[in-house]
Design a protein around this ligand. Structure first.
Ligand SMILES: *Cc1c(COP(=O)(O)O)cnc(C)c1O
Length: 483
């Protein structure tokens, strides 16, 4: 590896020029003695080019979608068209201020309004708010709407939200944050909601049911209408975690098959790159009678003018974010939807599903696939159980070896109900050639488990940082470069 920026330091070299100080302030007298440095801070002294190379090199140490395939299940790491990035950097968007007068931001409001309407149309809901800024934030917002609905009816005893055991970790966390209790039910042997177990847990205290569809096993929950009937019979509301919407875009409208509330992950389905914690956008859609509880303002349109609509502020449960959500992320989603159109969005889902099924089929002889009796949707869950039982190789070893082959690892050990889970989501933006190369790499790894298990235990061999002791790294976090 080339020398680090710290090792390249040369006393007195610098990559900046500052204007001559023409302010007459005695800094010395402003800073209390106890905050003053006794010696100069030790910073690298390098040229501008050195700094550039430093950051360029760092960026190459990480994996990213521009560098290679990123089959991280549940995350929908699709290609983000570069035109999104170009357009969001347009000064006309970039220099807007949220406090500006409505008359001066009609274009921006039109985009937000159009996006609200498009998302409502795509999902079959009546109203959409763009305020939440993450999927989990959308869950929280949706649950607060559910709470407001019950409280408006005086039904304070409705305190329980039911979830299947395949749920994403954010679901139970949001339930608790929104002030409800979690009731977990089982999945059946086909990986779907166990209706008998659901019936056994539904009662007059049920406030709602949260279901991811397709679920985290990558399977479409076919019993949606039956579940909706069971939940609605006790005046509960049916929430859809729509993070996996990529699989059914343009094919299924959740608002028309029994769901009452749903969140979208714009930073998954609608092409914003994500990872590392944001930024994101997690709008929610609701059925007509729930719209009055949404955070205010919504974006309205009347007499040829777009405006911030506070008309439901009295019944709204409150705000969840400053102003109108993450404008730049919403803008990317808007561009993406406009570029693809209705037909294009449907093709996204079709190709995402075909790609996942293609990999699943090609790998079924090499890795255990627990739920292969039906087609998967946009992702599937394999398991490293065969490799573990036969060769003592764990899923973490397989995931580390995948890094050596030039790929990001799939999601592993999730969902929790599949032992040694390996969750693969190719997305629609990958070519057949890329999928074939990845499949071959996975097959090669399956052979290596048999012929060279040591290699698996020691992987990764080629990454800038080799295998770290995860537990120790968490307990004794040390990210400081010593020089
Ligand atoms: C990603 C995801 C979430 C949470 O979304 P964030 O934007 O990460 O908060 C919730 N549910 C499912 C199924 C997901 O895949």
């Amino acid at each position: 590896m080339a020398k680090t920026i710290f090792e390249r330091t040369s006393i007195g070299r610098k990559g900046y020029t500052l204007p001559v100080n023409d302010v007459d302030v005695k800094l010395d007298s402003c800073i209390p003695a106890k905050y003053k440095r006794s010696s100069a801070v030790k910073l690298p002294e390098v040229s501008e080019l050195d700094v550039m190379r430093h950051f360029f090199e760092l960026s190459h140490m990480n994996h990213c979608i521009e560098k290679g395939f990123y089959p991280l299940g549940s995350c929908t790491m699709k290609y983000n068209p570069k035109i999104n990035e170009t357009l969001v950097r347009n000064a006309g968007f970039n220099n807007l201020h949220p406090m500006q007068d409505e008359d001066t931001v009609q274009g921006a409001l039109e985009i937000l309004y159009d996006l609200q309407e498009s998302l409502a149309e795509i999902s079959g809901f009546s109203k959409v708010t763009l305020q939440p800024v993450a999927g989990a934030h959308g869950e929280f917002t949706g649950l607060k709407v559910i709470k407001a609905y019950h409280e408006a009816k005086g039904n304070f005893h409705k305190t329980k939200i039911i979830l299947p055991d395949s749920a994403h970790g954010t679901n139970p966390a949001s339930v608790v944050l929104a002030g409800f209790e979690v009731v977990e039910i089982k999945s059946n042997k086909d990986g779907m909601v166990d209706i008998a177990d659901l019936k056994a847990h539904v009662d007059e205290n049920t406030a709602g049911f949260m279901l991811t569809n397709p679920n985290t096993l990558g399977l479409f929950e076919k019993q949606v209408e039956e579940i909706a009937e069971i939940i609605h019979a006790v005046d509960g509301l049916f929430y859809m975690d729509g993070a996996n919407f990529n699989a059914i875009l343009g094919i299924v409208k959740p608002g028309q098959i029994g769901f009452d509330v749903m969140h979208y992950n714009l930073h998954k389905t609608f092409a914003t790159p994500h990872g590392g914690g944001g930024p994101g956008s997690g709008p929610i859609g609701v059925r007509e009678d729930l719209a009055k509880y949404l955070p205010a303002p919504l974006i309205g349109f009347k007499d040829g003018k777009y405006f911030l609509d506070y008309s439901h502020a009295e019944t709204s449960f409150g705000k969840v974010h400053s102003f109108f959500g993450n404008f730049a992320i919403n803008l990317r989603a808007y561009i993406y939807i406009k570029m693809l159109g209705a037909k294009g969005l449907r093709r996204v889902a079709e190709n995402a599903v075909i790609n996942a099924n293609y990999i699943q089929k090609k790998l079924e002889k090499y890795y255990k696939i627990p739920f292969k009796h039906i087609y998967c949707m946009h992702e599937f869950v394999a398991s490293g159980e065969w490799q573990k039982d036969k060769y003592g190789i764990k899923t973490i070893d397989i995931a580390k070896r995948i890094l050596d082959k030039g790929y990001h690892a799939p999601t592993i050990y999730f969902p929790l109900i599949v032992p040694e889970a390996i969750m693969i989501e190719p997305t629609e933006t990958e070519s057949k050639e890329t999928l074939d190369e990845f499949i071959q790499a996975m097959i090669d790894i399956a052979h290596e488990c048999e012929t060279n298990p040591e290699l698996l235990h020691n992987a990764p061999m080629t990454t800038p940082v080799r295998r770290v002791d995860d537990t120790l790294a968490v307990r004794q976090l040390n990210v400081k470069f010593e020089w």
